[in-house]
Write a protein that binds this ligand. Structure first.
Ligand code: ZN
Length: 186
């Protein structure tokens, strides 16, 4: 198979706790299960991407150069799993900017799909908010997963919100579910 299969992750509330407009790379930490989950997914041949709304940039609270330092630190924290994030899709705009890239819009995902020749029908989105579920759906990915970290428990409880295909306590649960779904494709 030449086409890449991918898992797109939201960042804050999904890979790492969100202290609110994270600026200091030293404050970045991973949720339990992230390293183990990524190892499991790597074993099944998945590549990893992050798609994140960072309105702190548009608000002037963080510079893009600082964001790069945070992502450099994220890659370092991921090293024990033997995996890296291949690319980051970042929306720096404010909600009121009416940009074309802010989740729930699928543009950042679609751009990564095109750039990296990713096969959407074998790929997944994982996040903690409605906008993550919707971004994955709008991009036509195979499935979307909600994680009960960050805002995930609140998102799950909202009766009127979009429904995920799977809800897990952490990334390890979700990784096992994705691998099980993926094994039915091959
Ligand atoms: Zn944007």
């Amino acid at each position: 198979m030449t086409e890449m299969k991918a898992v797109f992750f939201d960042r804050d509330g999904t890979l790492n706790p969100d202290p609110g407009y994270l600026r200091d790379p030293k404050l970045l930490s991973l949720y339990p299960g992230v390293l183990e989950g990524l190892s499991v997914l790597k074993g099944a041949g998945f590549k990893f991407f992050v798609v994140t709304n960072q309105s702190g940039v548009g608000r002037g609270l963080i510079q893009l150069a600082e964001l790069e330092k945070i992502h450099f630190r994220l890659q370092a924290l991921l090293e024990p799993s033997g995996t890296q994030i291949i690319d980051f899709g970042i929306c720096p705009h404010l909600p009121q900017d009416q940009c074309t890239c802010r989740k729930p819009r699928p543009k950042l995902v679609l751009d990564l799909i095109e750039k990296w020749k990713i096969s959407p029908r074998y790929s997944y989105f994982v996040g903690d908010k409605d906008v993550d579920i919707l971004a994955g759906r709008n991009a036509g990915l195979k499935s979307v997963c909600l994680v009960r970290t960050g805002h995930g428990t609140q998102t799950e409880a909202m009766a009127s919100g979009p429904k995920a295909d799977f809800v897990g306590d952490g990334l390890l649960d979700i990784a096992h579910w994705i691998v099980s779904e993926d094994s039915q494709d091959s």
